[in-house]
Each structure stands twice: as C-alpha cells, then as structure tokens.
Ligand binder design. Structure first.
Ligand code: TXA
Ligand code: MG
Length: 354
C-alpha cells in the first residue's frame, strides 16, 4: 500500500489546502481505512470506531494483541451519548474540567461500539483530544475514531510524524503531519464505572489535578510496578512491555552525585567491552558526562520538557544503534508519575538505587 503524507498546520489556522488534506484523511476513515494523525499527547493510528473491520485492521497494522482495547476519540460531548450506556457524575465532572485534553475516561459501552474496538470488554475508553488537527479530522469523519498510539506494538510511542512513518508506512493510507506533539506521553486514563474513580494510566492530567476535581482517586496497582502474568490489570495494555527501545535500558536513582558517578562507571565498563552506550542526562548534568552518545532529555525544573522528549530520545538511541542505555531517574510527583511509569516499563523495571 502507498502511504500518503500530508503536512498540515498545527495552529488550527488551516489553509484551504490543509482542509483538503484533512478532508481526504476523513474520507479514508469513512471508507474503512487507516490514518496516522497528531493529538496533543502522541500520534494516533485512527480508524472508524464503529466498524469492526477497521478495528481489526488497526490491530494488524500495529501487530497488537487483539485483547488490548482501543481508545475512541470524539470531537464534542454530543458524540459520546451514542457510544456509552451511561455517564456517571464523576465522569461528567472530569469531562467538564479536562476535556478537550489529555485524559481518557472509561464508561460502560453501548451496543453501537463493536467488541473488536473494545478488546472484548463491556466498557469503552473515550477521549476528546484538544489538538486542532485531531478535532477537525474527527468532526469531518462524522464517526468516532478508534486510535491507539501509532507505533508498532512494543516500540516507543510516536511523538513526530517521522516516527509514524518509520513504523507504519506501507501499512496505512494516510499520515497527517501536524508537527511534534505538545505533551509527549499518552493520556491519563481514569475508570469512572466504579464507586471511586480509579487511575489506570498516569499522564499529563495528574493525580493532583484529578483529586482537585473529584476528591479521592484510587490507583490501579498495575501502575506502580511489574505485573505478574496471572494478574489482569484493568487497562489490559498495562501488562505489556511497552515503550521499549531496542537497547537494554537501566535507570539509576538516588543522590545526584552518586547517580552521575555510577552512570559514568557503568558506561565506561560497557565501552571497554566494545559496546555502544547511550546516556540520558538532563540540562543540569550534561557537562558531567563524556560527549558522544549523550542526550539531554530536558530540565528537572520543567517536567513537561522531559515528558516532551522522552520517547524521541529512546527512538534516537535506537537509530544510533545503542546496545545499552543508562538514564538518570526523575521525581515521581505531578507529571513525573507518568514519566517514571513509562521509563520503568521501557527499562523492564531494571532500576539501580545508589
Ligand atoms: O494519548 C493517548 O491516549 C493516545 C492518543 C492517540 O490518544 N492513545 C493511546 O492508545 O495511548 P493506546 O492504545 O496506545 O493505549 C490505550 C490504553 C491501553 O493501555 C488499553 O488497555 C487502555 O487504554 N484501554 C482501552 N480501552 C479500555 C477499557 N475499556 N478499559 C480499560 N482500559 C482500556
Ligand atoms: Mg500505545
């Protein structure tokens, strides 16, 4: 299949040409095809959420297990009613506060949503993205769009159109290039079907923000550590080794001086053995490592810079052929909870405390 790539404005000030491209992508979705498109979190791989065969194509293109449900994207509240069985009070409050934006809510599904889209579950994950290209695409498609992250299953999520191209060209009809995404980690997922809302995946809408909106929020244990094979986390996707670079990633945490010392020591050891080694540092520490395969992921004083660069840095090291990556660890408050959740999974929970 020939994949067409259309560059469109990321500001919402669409030219006639931009709108023609978005319309063409919307027509592909209406016709049962697949489109890679930007959202504010990561790029999505979209198909008609109400069409079981489109959902099957999504799983095939990603190489994703079909028990891992898709998120259904809408452009306004009216589009949610036909796909859900009911909208609980906490769901309403969270939707009013944080939509459109980087949050996904789990509702009980209606019959309109095929089980192929929900991985066989009775519930449906719904998100209203704030990205103007995503919103325009959904509106023009006239159907809700099922979209997982637009990466090959198991690889780091795509934060630029080039990443989508690398993983999916030849497998999907269109990629809309709206430039680099804003947030860089996937949406916060909150299950509102139970008595107490439960966080299933941390993201840019932080625990602090959720609790400010609706009071106590529980945390699904799958977020906090490795999941054993006999456990079924509420978000089935959380059980897979996600976000992984090809290299063996180790996180080193603790007192900063000791972290820098240990990463330098480990890197030297591997280099001496003839291995290709990457180091992930921050603006604060970049002068304390040897030059070469060194990437600054952002500054500790602005967590959003770290989230923004996280997946691109992991993909860069893949492209540069790193065999081992050593990374500093990061604080786990606010956005740091999402950053460390992705980092730890990428590292297969290989973490050293010094
Ligand atoms: O930011 C995002 O959410 C991006 C963009 C494209 O919107 N999408 C995304 O989709 O991250 P994906 O498929 O990579 O991750 C979806 C996660 C998986 O962990 C899946 O198990 C969970 O959402 N999920 C989907 N439907 C669910 C449901 N009904 N109940 C529980 N978890 C669900
Ligand atoms: Mg994903």
């Amino acid at each position: 299949m020939l994949t067409r790539l259309f560059r469109v404005s990321d500001k919402g000030d669409f030219s006639a040409e931009d709108l023609r491209c978005i319309q063409e992508a919307a027509d592909v979705i209406r016709d049962g095809g697949l489109v890679g498109f930007p959202t504010e979190t990561v790029y999505g791989l979209g198909g008609n959420a109400l069409d079981a065969s489109a959902s099957k194509k999504i799983y095939a293109a990603k190489g994703r297990p079909s028990d891992n449900p898709l998120i259904v994207h809408v452009s306004c509240m009216e589009e949610i009613l036909p796909i859900t069985a009911d909208i609980p009070e906490t769901g309403k409050k969270l939707a009013e506060r944080f939509w459109p934006g980087p949050m996904t809510l789990i509702f009980r599904k209606s019959d309109a949503v095929p089980r192929e889209t929900t991985g066989g579950l009775d519930t449906v994950a719904v998100r209203m993205p704030s990205d103007p290209v995503a919103a325009e695409l959904i509106r023009r498609a006239g159907v809700p769009i099922a979209a997982p992250s637009a990466n090959t299953s198991g690889r780091p999520s795509p934060t630029r159109a080039e990443h989508v191209w690398q993983d999916l060209h030849g497998k999907i009809e269109v990629i809309l290039d709206g430039g680099p995404v804003k947030v860089g980690v996937e949406s916060t997922i909150v299950d509102v079907t139970g008595k107490t809302p439960t966080l299933l995946r941390p993201g840019a809408i932080t625990m602090e923000m959720l609790e400010d909106a609706v009071g106590h929020v529980e945390i699904d244990p799958a977020i906090l550590g490795p999941v054993s094979p006999d456990v079924h986390p509420k978000a089935p996707g959380m059980k897979y080794r996600h976000y992984a670079p090809k290299a063996d990633l180790t996180i080193v945490e603790g007192d900063m001086d000791r972290v820098v010392g240990e990463i330098n020591r480990l890197a030297e050891e591997k280099l001496a053995a003839g291995k290709k080694v990457g180091i992930i540092c921050t603006e604060e520490t970049k002068n304390r490592y040897p030059e070469g395969m060194l990437e600054s992921i952002g500054t500790r004083s602005r967590q959003e810079t770290i989230a923004h660069n996280l997946f691109a840095v992991l993909r860069d090291f893949d492209d540069r052929g790193a065999e081992y990556i050593f990374s500093e660890g990061f604080a786990e408050d606010h956005l740091g909870q999402a950053i460390m959740n992705r980092m730890k999974k990428a590292a297969g929970y290989h973490i050293l405390h010094v």
